[in-house]
Design a protein around this ligand. Structure first.
Ligand code: FMN
Length: 172
C-alpha cells in the first residue's frame, strides 16, 4: 500500500473478527516500530505483545472491555530517563508517539485494524504485565482484522491548523 493510502485508510477499529493475526504480520508491524526515529537514537521503547486471553481480559477489565475481543494488544513502554532533556519536552512521549504510528500504519498496510488506547491507569496495567519500575506504560493498541468499517472522523482544514512565518498568519 502506498504511504498516503495507508494514512487515508486507517481508522480506529473497536470491533474485531476472531481470526488470529499471523506471527509474520506481528513481526512486520514490530519491525516498522523498531525502525522509528528517536531522541539521540536512544530507542527508549519496549513492546509487550499480549495474546493470552487471560491477560487480555485483565487489561480489558480495567475499563476497556472491547479490548478482550481483539486478538492482540500491543503495549508500548518507555524508559522515561533515557532520552535526554535538552529543553523541556518529554521526548520519551514523542518517541513513543512516532514508533506507535509506524506500527499502526504498518498494520493498516497489512489489512489490520488498530485502536490507540490512552485511556488507562498505568499502575494496574504495569502490575498486570509485570512492567519494571523504571519503565512507563505510555500507550497501547489493539490489533486484529476489522469487523466494522467506520466512516472517517472529521478533521480540521489546513487553513485552521497551519500558519506561515508567524502564528496566525495566512499564506500570502
Ligand atoms: C493518544 C491517543 C489516545 C487515544 N485513546 C483512546 C482510548 O483510550 N480509547 C479509544 O476508544 N480511542 C482512543 N483513541 C482513538 C481516538 O479516539 C481516535 O484516533 C480519534 O477519535 C480519531 O478517529 P480515527 O482514529 O478513526 O481517525 C486515542 C487516540 C490517540 C491518538
Amino acid at each position: 500500500m502506498e504511504l498516503m493510502d495507508a494514512i487515508r485508510a486507517r481508522r480506529s477499529i473497536r470491533k474485531y473478527l476472531p481470526d488470529p493475526v499471523a506471527e509474520e504480520d506481528i513481526e512486520y508491524i514490530l519491525e516498522a516500530a523498531r525502525l522509528a526515529p528517536s531522541w539521540a537514537n536512544t530507542q527508549c521503547w519496549h513492546f509487550i505483545v499480549v495474546t493470552d486471553a487471560k491477560v487480555k481480559k485483565e487489561i480489558a477489565d480495567q475499563g476497556m472491555p472491547w479490548c478482550a475481543k481483539a486478538p492482540v494488544v500491543i503495549v508500548a513502554c518507555a524508559d522515561s530517563e533515557k532520552p535526554g532533556a535538552k529543553g523541556d519536552i518529554p521526548n520519551y512521549l514523542v518517541d513513543i508517539g512516532i514508533t506507535m504510528e509506524h506500527l499502526i500504519l504498518a498494520a493498516t498496510d497489512r489489512g489490520l485494524g488498530t485502536c490507540w488506547i490512552g485511556g488507562f491507569n498505568e499502575g494496574p496495567v504495569k502490575e498486570t504485565l509485570g512492567v519494571p519500575d523504571n519503565l512507563r506504560v505510555v500507550a497501547m493498541t489493539t490489533v486484529g482484522y476489522p469487523n466494522q468499517e467506520p466512516n472517517p472522523r472529521p478533521r480540521k482544514s489546513l487553513e485552521e491548523i497551519v500558519s506561515y512565518d508567524r502564528y496566525g498568519q495566512s499564506k500570502r
